[in-house]
Ligand binder design. Structure first.
Ligand code: ADP
Ligand code: MG
Length: 320
């Protein structure tokens, strides 16, 4: 199908806030650019992520799952800023104009978009290797955005949901149990939790590259160190069933693609964090504390140091 018809097909399915939700889309798909209204008193929050075939999803991943994930990883970035999602754009590079593929892709993409009241307001459609670039836009009250900087010595470190399933699904391939595979193909952005934590958490990040690496970014931005209890990391029943403790710890601490929120909050905010998690319907687990110094130091419950077995993460290990 030619580009023009594909875009028309996308446009027809991309109704949203212009008509129903918020009235903030003055002009959506169809002109040279979109016209959008940012609410008074709010900051515009913008995040972009690209998914390349074979790099960010295995070859052969279902089109609907790719569509879901392309938006989910961007909404996860907005969640980590404490933002409320509003709009997105979609740049599609497609090897051919396969209508059935695009329709299935849109099922996943627009399904997640409508669940979060996000309107697709524009994009680009080109021929090339399969690649999807999404930009997500949201709002946050001025002064309430969650940044990587802001963690204070003595803060608790928390993580939402469970860690390691997506990386485990990659390791197990076709042998991965359904719920584990789902974590890889259909990550759930923690949007409601991020919103609820705005004004409570001192710093936050979404866990996309592995907990140690991402918590390391929070430490660097906040100019602090972290003590992490490796045995406190939350695991799903599927992960517990499929891996022994050693392999499990490595997947939880260094596996990527979790899209959980890792955040810091003062110890006297534990009740507020619990309320935020309850309200968002997402469990949270306390996994460590912020200390003076630099880097992430992991230990087991007995206090013995734990070093990630993967060489790529050596610079976040117990020695620094
Ligand atoms: P231009 O040559 O001006 O960039 P395009 O033909 O690329 O025009 O786009 C026409 C309209 O269709 C624009 O509003 C653009 O945002 C929208 N559009 C193109 N591709 C997509 C897509 N994949 N998803 C959503 N909107 C798209
Ligand atoms: Mg264009």
């Amino acid at each position: 199908m030619p580009e023009f018809e594909l875009v028309e097909r996308i446009r027809r399915r991309a109704a949203g806030r212009g008509d129903v939700v918020a009235g903030d889309v003055v002009l959506g798909i169809g002109d040279d650019a979109a016209l959008l209204r940012v609410p008074a008193g709010k900051l515009l929050v913008v995040a972009t992520d690209t998914l390349n075939s074979g790099v960010h999803f295995p070859d052969g991943t279902a089109a609907a799952d790719i569509g879901w994930k392309a938006l989910a990883v961007n909404l996860s970035d907005l969640a980590a800023m404490g933002a409320e999602p509003a709009w997105c754009t979609l740049s599609l590079s497609l090897p051919d104009g396969d209508v059935a593929w695009v329709d299935a892709f849109l099922d996943g993409f627009l399904g997640l978009a409508s669940a979060h009241g996000v309107t697709l307001v524009g994009g680009d459609t080109t021929r090339g290797p399969l690649s999807i670039c999404v930009t997500a836009h949201g709002f946050v009250e001025d002064g309430r955005a969650l940044r990587r900087a802001g963690a204070c010595v003595g803060d608790d470190i928390w993580v939402s949901g469970t860690l390691g399933d997506a990386a485990a699904a990659l390791v197990l391939g076709a042998k991965a149990p359904g719920p584990m595979r789902e974590r890889l193909d259909r990550p759930v952005p923690r949007v409601a939790l991020g919103r609820a934590l705005a004004g409570i958490a001192t710093a936050a990040i979404d866990v996309s590259d592995g907990l140690l690496a991402d918590l390391g970014h929070v430490c660097a931005a906040s100019d602090v160190g972290a003590d992490l209890d490796i045995d406190a990391l939350p695991a799903s029943p599927a992960l517990l069933a499929c891996f022994d403790a050693g392999a499990r710890r490595a997947l939880q601490a260094t596996g990527g693609d979790d899209y959980e929120l890792c955040f810091c909050a003062p110890a006297d905010a534990r009740g507020a964090v619990a309320d935020a998690a309850h309200g968002a319907g997402v469990p949270v687990t306390r996994i460590g504390c912020v200390r003076h110094g630099t880097g992430v130091r992991a230990h087991d419950t007995g206090g013995a140091g734990w070093v990630a077995p993967r060489a790529g993460y050596a610079h976040f290990d117990a020695a620094d």
